[in-house]
Design a protein around this ligand. Structure first.
Ligand SMILES: Nc1ncnc2c1ncn2[C@@H]1O[C@H](COP(=O)(O)OP(=O)(O)OP(=O)(O)O)[C@@H](O)[C@H]1O
Ligand SMILES: [Mg+2]
Length: 509
């Protein structure tokens, strides 16, 4: 290394929240121009550390050096002024504004008293060229894919002059092709001399792209390693602090009883396009049916239609022998259809409310959450504590607000509250998104156990390993249609990938 100062040096950082030590004497050194990954279990303190570096949270103790200079950030503005930018675990764009408006918001270029939008557009295009991150400044954010939204967030940060870029779980929401693109962008940034710090639970990715990796465990940094010196298993063991169990092999538990029969399900958009086109499949008792597909090909519409949120234009859904077309969402849930929503912030959680209220969502009319017409607060707290214990949700207790949970622990709560309710059918979208490898294995075990007990699962996931590993049958959704029915035992990721992108479809037809 040269005698260039470190891009970032955090020394003895401590940060506590009521009942929780999020960071304890944390040290982190990030060289200028490197891609530095941070890994660790859910709740290990990764996001907190990065929020401290970005001026969003003040440390109780410790010092921050940026390029050799001691800094005291009071707000993100101070951090931005020192060339630090952050893209959060959950996107923060305004859907109803354009890319340009989102990017310049709060930092508008002006000519006289006017906002100079054309200067803004020029600058966005220039950033796009420099880093290979082209994006249409005039596009409406709500029309963008997840990958494009993320690109907008990154360009926004670069627009403000960031030379040190923090990305909190950037790949959690991306499909494999988008991950490749992002990584190409990050390498481009690195070759321009920028520094990237990123958090990820996908250890293979981390090993592929990082120059160095810092491991956090229970609020502390336990090691900084080179990707040349460790493999994914060793990295996971550093995170957990012990050896990981090897997953058991499983045998089929599929029975003859059909729990959910979907036939010819078609959903139209307001302007008459087919969002779901003649979808047909069964899920048996004890079976996990996986749905593979690039996000935006009808997965959200399928879950919404099954839950009675989206009206269907033709076809039927039969749940345990009953056509449930006329059933409300409430009835579907009460009668035993559980749902793990894909977007926990839009659908799954009330961030400002305590965990016990969150655990009740969708179940508030049944035991143990209600007694007659009343809410049973004690019952709700007790049930929430059961979820916390069984699913290892890291939190002081049921009265903590959801906002205070780390991203992965929020997800564990959602998965736990649905599984503990013992549904007949579980519609699980991205059940382990943002969850660390150890907790992911635990949730996979829970799903396998529940399957053995007879649960029928519709598993929608962007994680091909998860789909192939858990599913008894694998369907591919493309452009609102089921285009393939595959055996997970024999399918290859390449084959799956070609159906997912529509290539296999054309070849077959
Ligand atoms: N605003 C807050 N109020 C109270 N506790 C908090 C707050 N933010 C974080 N915590 C707690 O601090 C700990 C570390 O959280 P943090 O979000 O940094 O974890 P993380 O490593 O990013 O986890 P994940 O992988 O799940 O995103 C957790 O126990 C969390 O509950
Ligand atoms: Mg986090």
């Amino acid at each position: 290394m040269t005698d260039q100062p470190l891009a970032v040096e955090l020394t003895d950082i401590t940060k506590t929240f009521p009942g929780v030590i999020a960071n304890e004497d944390v040290n982190l050194a990030v060289g200028a121009g490197e891609i530095h990954a941070i890994v660790g279990e859910n709740g290990a303190g990764k996001s907190t550390l990065m929020k401290i570096l970005y001026g969003m949270q003040a440390p109780d103790e410790g010092t921050i050096h940026v390029r050799g200079e001691t800094v005291h950030f009071k707000t993100p503005k101070d951090a931005i002024a020192k060339g630090i930018g952050m893209v959060h675990q959950h996107f923060m764009l305004a859907d109803n504004l354009t890319v340009l408006e989102n990017i310049v918001l709060g930092d508008e270029p002006t000519r006289g008293a006017q906002i100079d939008f054309s200067a803004g557009s020029d600058k966005i295009r220039e950033i796009g060229k420099t880093y290979g991150m082209e994006i249409d400044p005039g596009a409406l954010v709500e029309a963008l894919t997840v990958g494009e939204r993320q690109r907008t967030e990154i360009v926004k940060v670069l627009y403000r002059g960031a030379r040190i870029l923090i990305l909190d779980e950037p790949t959690a929401v991306l499909v494999p092709q988008e991950v490749d693109e992002l990584f190409a962008n990050l390498r481009e940034m690195k070759s321009e001399g920028e520094t990237v710090i990123f958090i990820s639970h996908h250890l293979d990715e981390v090993l592929a792209i990082a120059d160095s990796i810092t491991v956090m465990r229970a609020g502390r940094t336990v090691a900084t390693v080179s990707p040349d010196d460790v493999d994914a298993k060793q990295l996971a063991e550093l995170m957990v602090g012990s050896e990981l169990p090897t997953p058991e092999t499983t045998e089929s538990t599929v029975t003859d009883a059909v729990e959910l029969a979907v036939e010819g399900l078609t959903v139209l958009s307001d302007d008459g396009r087919k969002l779901l086109d003649d979808i047909t499949f069964d899920i048996h008792r004890g079976e996990i049916v996986g749905i593979a597909g690039v996000e935006g090909n009808g997965q959200a519409e399928l879950t919404d239609a099954l839950m009675g949120i989206l009206p269907t234009s033709s076809g039927s859904v039969v749940f345990r022998g009953d056509n449930i077309a006329a059933w409300s969402t409430k009835r579907r849930r009460e009668d035993g259809i559980g749902i793990i929503p894909a977007d926990r912030h839009r659908q799954g959680l009330l961030l400002q409310s305590p965990l016990w209220e969150n655990a009740m969502l969708g179940h508030q009319t049944v035991k143990p959450f209600s007694r007659g017409p009343w809410i049973d607060r004690a019952g709700a707290r007790e049930r929430t504590q059961d979820v916390i214990d069984r699913f290892d949700v890291k939190t002081p207790g049921p009265d903590t607000v959801a906002l205070a949970l780390s991203g992965g622990n929020q997800q564990k709560l959602i998965v736990g509250k649905e599984m503990i309710a013992d549904p007949y059918v579980l519609v699980a979208s991205q059940p382990t998104r943002g969850i660390d490898v150890g907790a992911q294995a635990a949730i996979w075990d829970e799903l396998r156990d529940a399957r053995k007990e007879g649960l029928a699962v519709l598993l929608i996931s962007a994680d091909l390993e998860e789909l192939i590993g858990l599913s008894d049958r694998l369907l591919v959704i493309y452009s609102g249609k089921i285009v393939a029915d595959l055996d997970p035992q024999t399918v290859t990721p390449e084959e799956l990938g070609s159906y997912m992108t529509g290539v296999g479809v054309e070849a077959a037809s």
